[in-house]
Design a binder for this molecule. Structure first.
Ligand SMILES: [Mn+2]
Length: 422
């Protein structure tokens, strides 16, 4: 199974670079066909927008999907935050109706629960969580209002989600401050996913997490192959500086523990970056040209951060650079910020914890030590497990709450007993 996401076909508007995203898609198709892969999973944001009016892009996308279908490769796509429309009048719907892609279904019940329908294709079963507006899909995950319908544990189940679960490949200790919510909430979000799901194919976060050549594990963000803006391209540059690259994933889900393999690829995009101090317009342009000339590759990008750039020189410089863009078949971009501000998660070879109990406990441990609490993490987990229980319709609300309290009380007492005297 191939796992990719965030292809963003249609990004980079009128620029030559827009073909880079399409080119990446075609590379992945080519790989699937030559390596005889059975499934291609796209975890959201296949397209930059719900509708794209560029017929060359569209025809080539359709050709790619048709080649997959004609060679018996199943394609499974979930709508992302960029390419789905509420009315379902979008390109993904067109591709689905044409029989070129499969989209797992879901519905939200009157009980406020999101029900995911199984999509059986060959010997795998897929469930999909789409990217909703304002990351609302995360609410269903975090409050565990997510149900996998007819989950057959005798089969290999794959869950595809376009959402920002922050879990692996970064050390929560180092990165939790970047996010407004506590890490524990994000780690707990994964608890809504049944443990019998074999692999969680994520999309939405554009950098590859976790980074590895090969790892055993059951969850990953492949990252975007090309990206959709200059930040993504600068991240690509930084990845390469550290000896990595963009990628898609080859996942063997038939093993006991799935084996994930990064298929690294530059997708024809070559990037130069430098930070310089402004001397004159001519110097900047000459240097930009030099950087462009030194680049190979089909899609060339020159990024520059220019310190001490006079405000009144900015617009003429941009004009000159866009003139060069056609001449040099290169995207030139002046950045406000430098490479040092590009965020990359800590690059580590990790295997995400298989066991969600362990995962949860690790998050709590992290939380307890950060808050300097003198409480055993196991006890907090016991309380959270009790709170996480759901009331069935045959139990009265008051009785249910009373029972919750009764269950929690002894644990709270233990915690209080163990607290050091004031
Ligand atoms: Mn995206």
């Amino acid at each position: 199974m191939l796992h990719t996401a965030d292809l963003h076909i249609g990004a980079f508007g009128g620029r030559h670079l827009k073909y880079a995203n399409l080119h990446a898609f075609e590379k992945i198709v080519e790989y699937a066909l030559t390596e005889d892969i059975g499934y291609v999973v796209i975890a959201g944001d296949l397209f930059e927008k719900p509708r794209i009016e560029n017929y060359e892009l569209l025809l080539r996308v359709i050709k790619g999907f048709r080649m997959l279908r004609d060679n018996s490769v199943y394609t499974v796509v979930v709508p992302g935050s960029h390419d789905s429309s509420i009315s379902r009048q979008d390109l993904l719907a067109v591709l689905e109706h044409a029989g070129l892609v499969n989209i797992p279904r879901y519905h939200i019940g009157r009980d406020g629960i999101m029900y995911l329908e199984p999509l059986k294709l060959g010997d795998l079963v897929f469930y999909g969580l789409p990217g909703l507006r304002n990351n609302r899909e995360l609410e269903y995950l975090e409050s565990r209002r997510l149900r996998f319908k007819d989950l057959d544990t005798s089969r290999v189940n794959v869950f595809i989600a376009h959402t920002s679960v922050k879990f692996a490949g970064y050390d929560p200790e180092k990165y939790y401050w970047r996010y407004s919510k506590a890490v524990i909430a994000h780690d707990r979000a994964l608890m809504a996913i049944p443990g019998t799901v074999k692999y969680i194919a994520l999309g939405h976060i554009h950098y590859p997490i976790p980074l590895f050549h090969e790892a055993e594990g059951n969850i990953a963000y492949p990252g975007t192959p090309v990206g959709r803006d200059m930040d993504d391209l600068l991240q690509t540059y930084k990845l390469r500086q550290e000896g990595w690259d963009r990628r898609f994933l080859l996942v063997d889900v038939y093993r006991d523990k799935p084996l994930m393999k990064s298929i690294f690829n530059g997708f024809g995009v070559e990037i130069a970056y430098d930070r310089i101090v402004y001397t004159s317009e001519k110097d900047v342009l000459d240097y930009a040209k030099k950087l462009a000339r030194d680049l190979g590759g089909e899609f060339k990008v020159v990024l520059m951060t220019i310190d001490k750039l006079p405000r009144d020189k900015y617009s003429t410089l941009i004009q000159e650079l866009s003139r060069l863009e056609r001449e040099y078949k290169t995207v030139f971009h002046i950045r406000e910020t430098g490479l040092e501000e590009v965020f990359l998660p800590e690059i580590t070879l990790i295997t995400p914890p298989e066991n969600r109990e362990e995962l949860e406990l690790a998050a709590i441990r992290d939380f307890v030590s950060k808050k300097g609490l003198k409480i055993e993490p196991e006890k907090i987990k016991a309380i959270l497990d009790i709170i996480g229980e759901e009331r069935t319709s045959d139990v009265k609300k008051t009785e249910f709450i009373e029972k919750l309290y009764k269950d929690i009380e002894p644990i709270l007492e233990e915690i209080v007993d163990e607290l050091p005297p004031q």
